[in-house]
Design a protein around this ligand. Structure first.
Ligand code: DQA
Length: 145
C-alpha cells in the first residue's frame, strides 16, 4: 500500500513559524514521524512539500494510478484553491485533509476548505500526530474494502 503526503506553503517552516499555533516540532520532525509511521504500519509513504499551487496540482495528477491514498495539508491553499480541489476530484484517490492547528477556532477565513470537499475525512488540531492518524485511517479504510 502506498500513500502520498502533500504539504503546502510554509509547512517547511514548522518549528520556526508561529510556534504558539503550530508547535515547536520542526519539518524534519514531521518527516521522521512519517518514516516511523510507514515502518510501523508496513506501508510506503512518499512525501512532497511545495510553496507553489501549480506544483501541488502537478503532484496530485502524478499520483493517478500510482498511490492508494493521499494525505494533504494544503495549508493556506486550503482556503483559496479550487485548482487543488479539482485535481483531487480528477484523480479520485481516497484523500484525508490534515491541519496541524484547530482551524475552527481561528479566523473566519480559515473555516472554509475547498480541498476538504474532495476528502473523505478531515483531522484538525491534533498537531503532527494528525498525519499518523490520517495514514492509519486510510489504511484501515482500504483494508476494509
Ligand atoms: C494549516 C492551517 C492553515 O489555515 C494555514 O494557512 C496553514 C497551516 C494547519 O496545518 O493548521 O498554513 O493548514
Amino acid at each position: 500500500m502506498k500513500f502520498l503526503v502533500i504539504n503546502g506553503p510554509n509547512i517547511n517552516f514548522l518549528g520556526i513559524r508561529e510556534p504558539g499555533i503550530y508547535g515547536s516540532r520542526s519539518f524534519a520532525d514531521l518527516l521522521r514521524l512519517l518514516e516511523d509511521t510507514a515502518r510501523e504500519l508496513d506501508v510506503e509513504v512518499e512525501q512532497f512539500q511545495s510553496n507553489h499551487e501549480g506544483d501541488i496540482v502537478d503532484k496530485i495528477q502524478w499520483a493517478y494510478g500510482k498511490v492508494d491514498g493521499i494525505v494533504i495539508n494544503p495549508a493556506a491553499y486550503t482556503h483559496t484553491s479550487v485548482a487543488i480541489l479539482d485535481a483531487l476530484k480528477a484523480v479520485a484517490i481516497p484523500a484525508v485533509e490534515v491541519h496541524i492547528s484547530d482551524v475552527d477556532s481561528r479566523e473566519s477565513f480559515r473555516q472554509v476548505s475547498y480541498a476538504g470537499l474532495a476528502c473523505c475525512k478531515t483531522i484538525k488540531g491534533h498537531g503532527l500526530e494528525g498525519y499518523r492518524e490520517a495514514i492509519l485511517f486510510l489504511k484501515s479504510r482500504l483494508e476494509a474494502t
